[in-house]
Design a protein around this ligand. Structure first.
Ligand code: ZN
Length: 57
């Protein structure tokens, strides 16, 4: 199975564990959806409060 790796040094995708730039390539991890969702909710909440203060809601 072919794996796509991502160089930790230059952030380029590669198939080799040691990239030509000398950096170590690792399997790219999916984004931390939970964390992003948490921040997204906080952002939305903050916006809502803003709208309420501005009298838009
Ligand atoms: Zn690299």
């Amino acid at each position: 199975m072919k794996r796509i790796l991502k160089c930790q040094k230059c952030h380029q995708y590669t198939m080799q564990e040691t990239h030509s730039c000398g950096g170590t390539a690792i399997t790219p991890k999916p984004a931390k959806f939970n964390l992003e969702d948490k921040y997204g909710r906080l952002r939305r909440k903050a916006k809502e409060d803003e709208w309420k203060k501005a009298g838009l809601i």
